[in-house]
Write a protein that binds this ligand. Sequence first.
Ligand code: DX5
Ligand code: ZN
Length: 218
Amino acid sequence: MIAPSLLASDFAYLADEANRVAEAVDWLHVDVMDNHFVPNLTIGLPVVEALRKATSVPLDCHLMIDNPDRWAIGYAEAGARNVTFHAEATDDPAALARRLRAAGSLAGLAIDRDTRVEPYLEFLPEFDTLLIMTIKAGFGGQSFIPELLDKVRTARAAAGDLAIRIEVDGGINADTIEAAAQAGADAFVAGTAIYGADDPADAAHRLRARAQAGASRR
Ligand code: DX5
Ligand code: ZN
């Protein structure tokens, strides 16, 4: 699955930016940042509600926020297809995952750069998506950290037959996506590599082909 990050798009034209990639992608990745969990501040629930009406592409909300126990359900109720919150921001990830699923969305757990994945492997059956950051969460345009793919390998091995998606986020581009796919990722967030391209839909198609090449070598 390819999920362009709207963080790298033109915020003055979000609906247009969403729809220009619609035929080429699976999800639209929406980076919600609260200026507390991460220093950056981006967009929140009212914008997600508006985007939901403006595009038919399923929304993949990545909540880089404190207290997701308080705020995450609103995104599910707004119609997000997948709602991912950070492991570092909650004490009871399984409980929030169950609430998200009950509210009608898929549930995702994100693991930031400095967090080990092993303590969270026991929760995989509660989740639809595991988001392994391949940078430190907070800003677009950073360089991919290849060592973090060890977490993808660990999680993919632990997942066994579970139908969980393993999503990678940060520095994913034509040079890095194959290694991520080979490590076991099957959902790929890309901001700069898609919205920084002259033709974002074409860039998404090219990334998908590269990901398929990587996956075939797994
Ligand atoms: C950063 C966000 C990413 C960001 C990725 O914390 O979670 O989704 O948009 O941007 P690129 O693809 O430019 O690294
Ligand atoms: Zn993200």
